[in-house]
Design a protein around this ligand. Sequence first.
Ligand SMILES: [Zn+2]
Ligand SMILES: [Zn+2]
Length: 453
Amino acid sequence: MSQATNAPARSWSVDWTNTLFLGGYHLLLIILLPIYLIQSDVSASLVWSTAGLWTLCLLAITMGYHRLYAHVTYKTHPVIEAFLAFWGTVATQGSIFSWAHDHRIHHRHVDTDLDPYSAPKGFWHSHVLWMLKKRPDINPRIIKDLWKRPELQFQHKHFASLMVGANAIAFAGVWAITGDAFGAFVIGVLLRLFLVHHCTWFINSLAHMWGSQPYSTEHTAVNNFILSILTFGEGYHNYHHTFAGDYRNGVRWWQFDPAKIVIWTLSKIGLAHDLKKVNNLTIKRRLVAADRHLMMERIEELRHRIDVDAWSLKVEEAAASLTENLNGLKTASDKLQRMKNETIEQMRTVRDEKVQEMRVARDVKMQELRTARDEKMAEMRTARDETIQQMRDARDETLEQMRARRDEELEVLNRRIAELKQTVAEEMDAWKEMVHLVLETPESRLAAIPVRA
Ligand SMILES: [Zn+2]
Ligand SMILES: [Zn+2]
């Protein structure tokens, strides 16, 4: 029989290790939880210690596996890394290598067939079923930066034993606190594993389905406040897929993202550094582009009721002007920052050079002085002092001139930035009104509104 007449072979095979482990502990939980609840009262200490484990595991996944290893959005002290790696291991989500590997592929090929937890394939696929299928081996090139680190190699190589050991320590801890071994196993291990797993998995499933898309509609990722609570800040997934290099997921100060607060606090006490952050104006520009896209869609939808050309023109013009001013503001602010850094750096260099010249000149003079000491010492000393004074004057003058020039430039730049800020603020208000008008006015009323571009 020729190949062509055969039904297409199933393109995947079952990952029996994952399937038996995940299926096994869910089954065990379903059996043991009712038995435990019938037999004993759940003590407050059991609830709190399990909640503590749940918090540590999820924070380690968010701050460690996700933002530190998969996206490298900051760097941290080895002690913090060890802490995150330990609790990430207790969370039982595979090694740092395999997690970061799959996650980087998820971002690179989001929503396509190459995406391991592609959301368009449905809730259950992206939530859990993808783990029951055999995955291709890790491609070290995708995690090149992590692959060369021996301690991460070790965690990967011995993950199964480390995972069992770390969970045994967590179990022993809960047992010691509560004095209840059965409870520590059913609630502290099995139920906690269940809660940690499903909360993380919601980011692959629900955070690509249920929520808002203020930053981009180019991928399925959404922002969802409830999911942020369940995952210590991972719910702002629409922002995250738009700007994956940012150490924050909830960028607004009021958004619930404890992981960003912990990372920021660590940086303030010297335990984290190189925090990567997307510029505020870049984020604003992205928001304007997303709004523009939505408005154009609605205008197109209402094509038979309203004057499409006039409305499109009006939106396009406002968007173009706002974007241009945001760009101008970004360029000016960047320049201001650069000047502030550079000028101080340059001034320092110039000063150092002058000082060096002075030193050489002084040494030459000293040498001459020494040679002619017997004859004209006093005279030479005066000459030396004069030279030094001249040099000092020259140095001060140069610094003075540079300072004056810089101050002048800074003043011009600051004035320009103030103007642009004012314009952007006004245009932003008008823009928000227009977004509200186009997206939220009922069709019939929108048709009655006269448009002027
Ligand atoms: Zn995602
Ligand atoms: Zn990510």
